[in-house]
Design a protein around this ligand. Structure first.
Ligand code: NAP
Ligand code: HSE
Length: 433
């Protein structure tokens, strides 16, 4: 082997950093066989050198306290950012790109919030900024969109992009747990952070969807344009009604091309049990892509965890080692992508689920369906179930499933229905995939 090794500067030695180190050690021979070169960690930045870790620091790596030293290190070709956060991670990635080094990162928050700036610097410097691990961990969706489906117009990208939320909803569905009890379980298993806000409020999925839109449509989609609803309002009652209609509730990120504009959002949605996506349980992720030539494909796997995520980080390192002279950051010749033409949120169309808590008296159903009809919404199914344990209940749930409805019309119908005195609680409405 005459070629020089691929020399890494690794920032972060937590879950993913240790996963990467263990694969680099265990699969060293295979990686060299594939690449024709060794991959070596030359320098490593952590916050606390004395912390006990299950995986040893890579042999021969120089330990540094300030991650920015990696950007200045002449022995480093690729900076691998696995710290997370946005302050130091941004400084490191920016300074590494400015110094003409390639960067691999798993940090979707950083790229979704500040990607436009960082990709512009990468373009100016002619270096790679690769991020396979940042969308759904080990699932190779970036490469799939950038390379494998490059010849397709992408009609739709729909995914379960957050494992923590999927675990919580799966437990609520299979074990009948409340949201709070399922969240505790997710925290006990190490899926959910002590502060689970980013996961359960849909923000993590929104970061990933914004990146998927860049890859699928070659457009820079601003996070502030993305409608996002989390799962904190999903109740066991709605999960039970969804079952009555042969559906499950999942947190779905979806982007599609509608009349030349991008319609996108992250929301809890009902989906029929027969869909492959409905069979994605626990902390797993999946992404379904529909292209005009290929039809629909689906990728499924572990969206988090040290080794699955590090598998994607390593793929980026190896890709950069191969095509570093002409990196393909965006999958498009223009490396600074034009802004997305966004379908206005009130024009979005989807089938809907509504649950109203209403007094059980004559005329109520007619008034509800009248408000729907007046707003141009066509009802597909109706359900009112008496609770046999409470035959004298005066407030009952009425559930509607509708045909496709425009968001503007849904809001108009809800505004009218809220004024009815027989409506006893804020109506629940969810999209249906
Ligand atoms: P983690 O376990 O919290 O590890 C973070 C590492 O970064 C630690 O080793 C920490 O050092 C180091 N670090 C943080 N700030 C630092 C600073 N200012 N200076 C030096 N070192 C610093 O994080 P992780 O779960 O591996 O996640 C890393 C990245 O991958 C994040 O962007 C995350 O969103 C992304 N990601 C993670 C997963 C996953 O399953 N965990 C999946 C997909 C993507 P100490 O160890 O000394 O504290
Ligand atoms: N927190 C994320 C999830 C994993 O629950 O899917 C990292 O992207």
């Amino acid at each position: 082997m005459s070629q020089l090794p691929v020399r890494l500067g690794l920032a972060g030695f937590g879950t993913v950093g240790q996963g990467l180190a263990s694969i680099l050690t265990e699969n060293a021979g295979w990686i060299t066989r594939r690449l024709g070169r060794e991959v070596k960690v030359m320098a490593l930045a952590v916050r606390d050198r004395t912390k006990a870790r299950p995986v040893p620091f890579p042999a021969g790596a120089r330990l540094v306290d300030d991650p920015r030293e990696l950007a200045r290190d002449p022995d480093v070709d690729i900076v691998v950012e696995l710290m997370g956060g946005q302050t130091m991670a941004h400084e490191l990635v920016l300074s590494a790109l400015e110094a003409g080094k390639h960067v691999v990162t798993a940090n979707k928050a950083l790229l979704a919030e500040r990607g436009s700036e960082l990709f512009a610097v990468a373009e100016r410097q002619g270096v790679g900024l690769y991020y396979e691990a940042s969308i759904c961990g080990g699932i190779p969706i970036v490469q799939t969109l950038k390379e494998s489906l490059a010849g397709n117009h992408i009609l739709d990208v729909t995914g379960i992009l957050n494992g923590t939320s999927n675990f919580i909803l799966s437990r609520m569905t299979s074990k009948g747990l409340s949201y709070e009890a399922a969240l505790k379980k997710a925290q006990k298993k190490g899926y959910a952070e002590a502060d689970p806000t980013l996961d359960v409020e849909g923000v993590d999925a929104a970061h990933k969807l914004a990146l998927l839109i860049r890859l699928a449509y070659g457009r820079d989609y601003s996070l502030s344009d993305l409608p996002v609803t989390g799962i904190t309002g999903v109740t066991p009652l709605d999960i039970a009604y969804a079952k009555e209609f042969g559906c499950r509730i999942k947190l779905i990120g979806k982007a599609s091309m509608v009349e030349g504009k991008i319609s996108a959002g992250v929301h809890p949605m009902l989906l029929a049990d027969s869909y492959l996506l409905a069979q994605v349980h626990g902390a797993f992720n999946a992404v379904r892509v529909t292209g005009d030539a290929v039809g629909s494909i689906m990728l499924y796997g572990q969206g988090a965890g040290g080794r699955p995520t590090a598998s994607a980080v390593l793929a980026d390192i190896m890709a950069l080692a191969r095509d570093g002279a002409a990196p393909n950051n965006t999958g498009f010749p223009e490396k600074i992508l034009p802004p997305a033409d966004v379908l206005s949120a009130d024009q979005e169309v989807s089938k809907r689920y509504f649950r109203f808590s209403v007094e059980d008296r004559p005329g109520v159903l007619a008034a509800l369906s009248g408000a729907m009809g007046a707003a141009g919404i066509s009802i597909y199914q109706v359900l009112q179930k008496a609770d046999p344990d409470c035959p004298d209940e005066t407030v009952v749930p009425i559930v509607f499933m509708t045909h496709h409805a425009r968001q503007r019309d849904v809001l108009a119908a809800l505004a009218k229905i809220r004024t009815y005195p027989f409506v006893k609680a804020e109506p629940v409405h969810l999209r249906v995939l």
